[in-house]
Design a protein around this ligand. Structure first.
Ligand SMILES: N[C@@H](CCC(=O)N[C@@H](CS)C(=O)NCC(=O)O)C(=O)O
Length: 211
């Protein structure tokens, strides 16, 4: 399989964590995503992934799979051990709710294309964009922490083992810390993040810092 990726991308980090947990190797193809005219917006990459986003997986049959959650669920069904979704029905739903809360309500508001668009608005400053990113990250992680406080039963998002929710939480929390956000304000979330940091599949596949 081939994985189109970028090292700073948190959506890519999710898939790399899933691959590491499952011990699956793939061919990796880097795609530049920063700057005014990045490679991910060019015709060549749009022919690979019409959404122009990373990660994108191409299976051995040549089928394109986009969207990190869909890719992770595909890998989980392709190779079920270790499972990336909890066994219990409600724990499975909680793991998915946390994953979607992060993908849809935090990450989708702060990727490079949003910053590019914001910076084209007259009067928008770098400080304004930083404030935007900080706002949606703090508001989103605050809500995730509340979810974890009310539903979680175990050391990880969905119980005893790391699962989809943890895979999405980890890169977002790493990036939040890099933005100077103190995770200690959210004890449930910070405790899970601290545990995930000790697991090599997570620690070795965090998004790289922006240079
Ligand atoms: N919902 C998508 C998000 C993918 C995404 O936004 N990836 C970012 C990198 S983390 C990207 O390709 N950004 C390019 C851009 O914003 O132009 C997923 O989960 O795969």
């Amino acid at each position: 399989m081939k994985l189109y990726l970028n090292e700073i991308s948190s959506a890519t980090s999710r898939v790399r964590i899933a691959l590491a947990l499952k011990n699956i190797s793939v061919e990796t193809l880097p795609v530049a995503i920063l700057g005014e005219n990045p490679e991910n917006r060019g015709d060549d990459y749009l022919r690979v992934n019409p959404q122009g986003l990373v990660p994108a997986l191409v299976t051995d049959n040549g089928t394109l799979i986009t969207q990190s959650i869909a890719i992770i669920e595909y890998l989980d069904e392709l190779q079920p051990h270790p499972p990336l979704l909890p066994q219990g029905l409600e724990q499975r739903a909680l793991s998915r709710s946390v994953a979607i809360a992060i993908a849809a309500e935090i990450h989708a508001l702060v990727p490079p294309r949003i910053a590019r668009r914001l910076s084209s608005i007259p009067g928008m400053s770098a400080a304004g964009i930083a404030d935007w990113n900080n706002h949606w990250t703090v508001e989103g992680l605050h809500a995730v922490n509340r979810l974890l406080e009310s539903h979680r039963a175990g050391p990880f998002v969905g119980g005893e083992q790391p699962s989809l929710g943890d895979i999405l939480l980890f890169p977002q929390a790493v990036n939040a810390e890099r933005m100077g956000i103190d995770l200690a304000q959210w004890p449930a979330l910070a405790a899970i993040h601290a545990r995930l940091k000790t697991i090599p599949a997570f620690a070795d596949n965090a998004p790289a810092p922006r240079k």
